[in-house]
Design a protein around this ligand. Structure first.
Ligand code: NAD
Length: 492
């Protein structure tokens, strides 16, 4: 991969559009190095992209599903061929370790293939003959979809939206986050080139572009992944024209460790560590607080630290032994540090985890050594806020009732995990308020793209992945053909 900065552009109606202004994206490992430039698009450019998507929708909605699948499969093949180059670009602009960037591409392709293989079945019209006549139920595309994505998983959180939206006959304008805009632009360019101009458009920029994408009357649906606070503004912006919405938001996912969890199970302990520190903790479904039954609390901590010190190796994301790279941006570093310092100032113990493989990078890059926080209060910010970084608080509990309440009193409910004897863990899981609960694993390790994913409460609205993730891009249209045309319930 070249060290020359690359430049990406907006794609509007099949054309790469030169913008008036470009913003640099720095390398979080070496912040003085510019990885590339992404446009700072304007509201006017966003409107042009929406108009293009709106105009082409008039024909595209009648396209054949087989044709759409063939186009998407060609794009999948081209993305596959580009993975060696694009995963390096992603790792460099984002800070995630190279194996992690490759993993993101693997999950994205798995989902795109699932969507290709299942769309036909999911949207096939149903015809029901019954005593009153015949009813035809079709699944129709919704229209222009505005997709807005965050920086932590830019490829998978974009393809999770693009594949079902386009395969079901919608058109789209996508805006990625300015904190990881480069590799995702390349991926979108590959996909857009396989579809008619205007079907998939790309604009970059800040909140003003996001506001246009979520309030413009020609947009029919919003597919947003990002913070809960941003989602609240989006809901307001979208309310004027009652847009459909899928919102995948923040979480404060808990790992609940029951008294029958085997602390000597090294593989389980490693899964626990990974579920806290993969991608330096910057995943919506990372386990962000661990509750451990008091009877095994001390033994758990001892074994956890052992496992963490083996798995966590902090350093240059391109170093083959590194498992945890830098944090993506400086704001996030400061936020995570403030939560840890707050806990420390209130008397919590902060234990540093893992080995530093490239000590020379630590002071210049956006690095934070992973930490375990012991002794925080149940309601301290480090426990109740989403840290979204490499730190995790661990707290004891005495009764299952108590831990279920601590879990469920959160405003969030994205994923969660219960660790222990399987049947016992399932019993506890049934009482958890979350979109997904994993048993003896957590985070991406327990993700299965065949099943719906999303949050309850302030973690979201709707589901992505699985058949539900395809259905969320269609409207149900019922065509009733009654045999008896007299209305039975109206009095003479
Ligand atoms: P963010 O909400 O700050 O930004 C997300 C996107 O929204 C960006 O593209 C941003 O430019 C855009 N945006 C900002 N203001 C806007 C506005 N007023 N109108 C429209 N768009 C606007 O989130 P982030 O910091 O990029 O990502 C981190 C957050 O995303 C975390 O809370 C994390 O939990 C969440 N997340 C959730 C999931 C999930 O599936 N539930 C997955 C990944 C990340």
């Amino acid at each position: 991969m070249t060290n020359e900065p690359i430049k990406v552009h907006a794609i509007i109606n099949g054309e790469q559009v030169e913008a008036g202004k470009y913003a640099p994206r720095e390398n979080p490992t070496h912040p003085n190095e510019i990885v590339g430039y992404a446009p700072v698009n304007t509201k006017e450019e966003a409107i042009r992209a929406i108009e293009a998507a709106y105009d082409v929708f008039k024909q595209w909605k009648w396209s054949e599903v087989d044709d759409r699948v063939t186009r998407m499969q060609r794009a999948i093949q081209k993305i596959k061929e580009s993975i060696p180059e694009l995963s390096k670009l992603l790792s460099k602009e984002h800070g995630k370790a190279l194996y992690d960037a490759e993993g993101e591409f693997a999950v994205s392709l798995m989902w795109m293939e699932f969507a290709c293989n299942n769309v036909k079945d999911v949207i096939k019209p149903e015809i029901k003959e019954h005593e009153n006549g015949k009813t035809i139920i079709t699944s129709d595309p919704i229209g222009v979809v505005s997709a807005i994505t965050p920086w932590n998983y830019p490829i998978s959180l974009s393809t999770i939206k693009i594949a079902p939206a386009l395969l079901t006959g919608n058109t789209m304008v996508l805006k990625p986050s300015p904190f990881a805009p480069l590799a995702v632009s390349r991926v979108i360019e590959i996909i857009a080139n396989e579809f008619p101009p205007g079907v998939l458009n790309l604009v970059h920029g800040e909140a003003d572009v996001g506001v246009e994408l979520t309030s413009n009357p020609k947009v029919a649906k919003i597919a947003f992944t990002g913070g809960t606070k941003t989602a609240k503004s989006i809901m307001k912006a979208a309310s004027e024209t009652i847009k459909k919405m899928t919102l995948e938001l923040g979480g404060n996912d808990a790992a609940i460790v029951l008294e029958d969890f085997d602390v000597n199970d090294e593989r389980a302990m490693r899964r626990m560590v990974i579920s806290n520190f993969l991608t330096a903790g910057q995943i919506c479904m990372i386990a962000k607080r661990i509750y451990v039954h008091r009877s095994i609390f001390d033994a758990f901590i001892e074994k956890y630290i052992e496992a963490a010190n083996k798995w966590i190796r902090v350093g240059d994301p391109f170093h083959p032994d590194v498992t945890v790279g830098p944090v993506n941006n400086q704001n996030q570093v400061k936020y995570v540090q403030s939560l840890v310092n707050d806990a420390k100032s209130k008397g919590a113990e902060v234990i540093k985890l893992g080995k530093i493989l490239n000590p020379e990078l630590m002071d210049n890059g956006y690095f934070l050594q992973p930490t375990l926080v012991i002794g925080a209060d149940y309601h301290d910010p480090i426990v109740v806020e989403e840290q979204f970084g490499p730190t995790v608080p661990i707290l004891p509990f005495d009764e299952e009732e108590q831990v279920i309440q601590l879990h469920n009193e959160s405003i969030y409910g994205l994923t969660s995990s219960v660790w222990g004897e399987e049947e016992h863990a399932i019993t506890v899981a049934r009482r958890i308020e979350a979109g997904t609960t994993m048993i003896n694993t957590a985070a991406i390790q327990g993700l299965d793209v065949r099943f719906p994913f999303g949050g309850v409460k302030q973690s979201g609205v709707g589901r992505e992945y699985g058949e539900e993730g395809i259905k969320s891009y269609v409207e149900t249209h019922v065509i009733n053909v009654p045999k008896n045309l007299e209305l039975p319930y109206i009095p003479e």
